[in-house]
Design a protein around this ligand. Structure first.
Ligand SMILES: [Zn+2]
Ligand SMILES: [Zn+2]
Length: 261
């Protein structure tokens, strides 16, 4: 079994599935994808996802406000995040983080929002899902100052350097790779995949964005996490089964272990 550790089920175009999310999930299940973590990008989306999680046993959700926003909403209050994050179907806080690649202008908003998400996650003792792009030092310094390293979390859709990955691993965080590792120009990132221990790795699609090879240019779907796991196996010179087994165990350890008590 495989897990898509990061997708946005409320942002998919379901035309190919006659507007039926269950059919899209079923297509993924048929290929061995047995669990989905659907990640919130703003407060409305987070509320929608909490309702969605009630419909499907194999869908977990997170709540948070993405660092990139078309129009900047007010920075979420820690209390709002804690209230939404307390729902039992919510396994994580995020996605949050810093993105200087697409938006350098809003860095103050992003930093304050990131800190509030980390504080809420720390209070709830739930892991945090971090988006980071071209903001290595700022991201790490905020993590060092504000992250709860017991409940930790993940740097998702990782595209940064090995040095950054190692710093996050030192803080007890996991590293998640997406379809970007299949892109022709991503050889530096494939080197990072080689070095990050499988025991600390997750796989994801970030669907509907970033479809892996050979589906580039199409809408990404959770079932394509199979292609991501295959790429990890090839890069590391191990079997697809081993990648599936270990990354699934990692997912359960990070996101589900706390729920069993
Ligand atoms: Zn992201
Ligand atoms: Zn995302």
């Amino acid at each position: 079994m495989l897990v898509d550790s990061h997708c946005h089920l409320d942002h998919l175009d379901l035309a190919e599935y006659q507007s039926n999310l269950s059919d899209l999930l079923q297509a993924a299940r048929k290929r061995g994808v047995g669990r989905f973590l659907s990640v919130g990008v703003n407060l409305e989306s987070s509320k929608k996802l909490i309702a969605l999680a009630n419909e499907y046993d194999d869908v977990n959700v997170s709540v948070g406000v993405h660092p990139l926003q078309e129009t900047r909403p007010p920075i979420p209050e820690i209390s709002e995040l804690i209230e939404l994050g307390s729902h039992k179907s919510v396994v994580a806080i995020g996605e949050t983080g810093l993105d200087n690649y697409y938006d350098r202008e809003s860095s103050e908003w992003q930093q304050e929002s990131f800190i509030r998400h980390l504080k809420a996650a720390g209070e709830l003792k739930k892991p945090v899902i971090i988006h980071t792009r071209e903001a290595k030092n700022e991201t790490l310094s905020i993590m060092r100052n504000h992250a709860n390293t017991n409940s930790s979390g993940v740097l998702h859709c990782f595209t940064e350097t090995l040095e950054m990955a190692e710093a996050a691993l030192d803080l007890n965080f996991y590293i998640s790779f997406s379809g970007i590792i299949t892109f022709r120009n991503a050889s530096a990132l494939r080197e990072v995949v080689k070095q990050v221990p499988l025991e600390r790795m997750l796989v994801e699609t970030d669907a509907p964005w970033l479809a892996p090879v050979p589906h580039r240019g199409k809408q990404n779907e959770p079932q394509y996490v199979v292609e991501v796991a295959k790429a990890v196996a090839e890069i590391k010179g191990i079997t697809f089964e081993e990648v599936s087994e270990v990354t699934t165990a990692n997912f359960e350890q990070l996101f589900l272990a706390g729920l069993k008590v």
